[in-house]
Design a protein around this ligand. Structure first.
Ligand SMILES: NC(=O)c1ccc[n+]([C@@H]2O[C@H](COP(=O)([O-])OP(=O)(O)OC[C@H]3O[C@@H](n4cnc5c(N)ncnc54)[C@H](O)[C@@H]3O)[C@@H](O)[C@H]2O)c1
Length: 337
């Protein structure tokens, strides 16, 4: 489907669900961006889920979002159970504004929902020549080190930085060894999952996706990843007033109430300590890229380069929509005039 056609269709679907035109556009752009960078698990595959949550009144389509000024740098946003895209869009814009005035901004969000890709918001700050650090928590998927129960979300950690080139440095990584979606796909296709990514319900390592789904996913880098996931839960959940300690509801399965996800946005200028950041970052990247390479490796990429090139490649193409998602789109657009 052409991007322009998909864009107007999604806007109409979100508006039909009660979102304002502005919020429908924000949500549409975020979903299409996820498709363009190949993050399909955060793109159209989630559209029905957002719409179901609005229908079941656990996402508020017309939120009254409140921004509380704590200081010129610090703001606290109560997103009133809005769709996560809208809360995050307001938050990053507020963070950029605060940082422009004071050099550094800290913006916390509570009562939000799943907002997709952290890197999408970091890019906005980087375009303004600022550095962004962004955290969000998410529903239980990963077991804390030593636990036989999932509690942490895949809690992404995101760091965005200008590079003195048009390709931003965006490190945007979840803390789980593997996406839950990939385990679900392996289970459907009778495939094994890689070793070392999950335990069965008895705590034994497994490559059987069905046993993994009954058991727990493992964090990246063992106890270190578990610690990072915990840090994200503290910064985006405990600190902000959002849900934490495993209380964020699964958006697909649990309609018993809003998710109350928390996010934290830290944005600051690049010239706080040196007046030649651009020169220094160029040197830094050049030195690393010029290192001798392992056999078979032509380039050393910095984080974000892969998504930038994927977006560029997909820019001129139509978006390929799988049959099941096309069915969702058809159902959600029934009765359009
Ligand atoms: N909102 C949520 O609840 C939630 C939860 C989990 C993940 N996410 C999002 O999902 C997305 C995907 O996460 P992921 O962990 O699967 O990412 P990933 O494993 O695809 O990439 C992680 C990071 O590694 C970089 N990278 C990849 N290949 C590289 C290479 N060869 N050299 C150097 N760097 C390389 C990427 O640019 C990225 O910054 C992220 O955007 C994240 O924000 C969102």
């Amino acid at each position: 489907m052409k991007v322009s056609k998909l864009k107007s269709l999604l806007i109409r679907i979100f508006k039909k669900k009660g979102l304002t035109h502005k919020d429908a556009l924000i949500s549409t752009k975020a979903l299409i961006n996820a498709e363009m960078v190949g993050a399909y698990g955060h793109g159209l595959s989630r559209l029905k889920m957002y719409c179901d949550r609005i229908s079941k009144k656990v996402i508020n389509p017309k939120p009254k979002i409140k921004i509380k000024k704590i200081s010129s740098s610090i703001s606290h946003i109560d997103a009133d159970d809005s769709i996560g895209f809208v809360a995050a869009e307001i938050a990053i814009k507020k963070a950029i504004d605060n940082a422009k005035k004071t050099g550094i901004a800290l913006v916390a969000v509570k009562n939000s929902g799943h907002y997709g890709l952290s890197g999408y918001y970091a890019e906005q700050a980087v375009k303004k020549n600022m550095i962004a650090i962004i955290y969000t928590n998410a529903p239980p998927a990963v077991a804390p080190q030593g636990a036989l129960k999932s509690l942490f979300g895949t809690n992404p950690i995101c760091f965005g930085c200008p590079t003195n080139s048009k390709i931003p440095f965006i490190l945007d990584t979840s803390i789980s060894m593997i996406n839950r979606g990939k385990i679900r796909v392996a289970a459907r296709n009778n495939q094994k999952i890689p070793e070392g990514v999950a335990l069965d319900k008895y705590g034994k390592p497994t490559v059987d996706p069905i046993k993994a789904l009954e058991g727990v996913q493992l964090p990246i880098a063992g106890y270190r990843g578990s610690g990072l996931a915990w840090m994200v839960d503290i910064l985006s959940g405990v600190l902000t007033g959002g849900n934490h300690a495993g209380k964020v509801k699964d958006p697909f399965d649990d309609f018993s109430g809003p998710q109350n996800i928390g996010h934290l946005f830290i944005v600051f200028k690049t010239n706080l300590f040196v007046n030649n950041f651009n020169e220094r970052i160029s040197d830094n990247i050049r030195i690393i890229k010029n290192l001798p390479k392992i056999k078979g490796i032509k380039n050393i990429f910095y984080p974000g380069e892969n998504k930038f090139y994927r977006h560029k490649k997909n820019d001129k193409k139509n978006i390929i929509i799988k049959d099941n998602i096309m069915n969702d789109l058809k159902k959600l657009s029934e009765n359009f005039q």
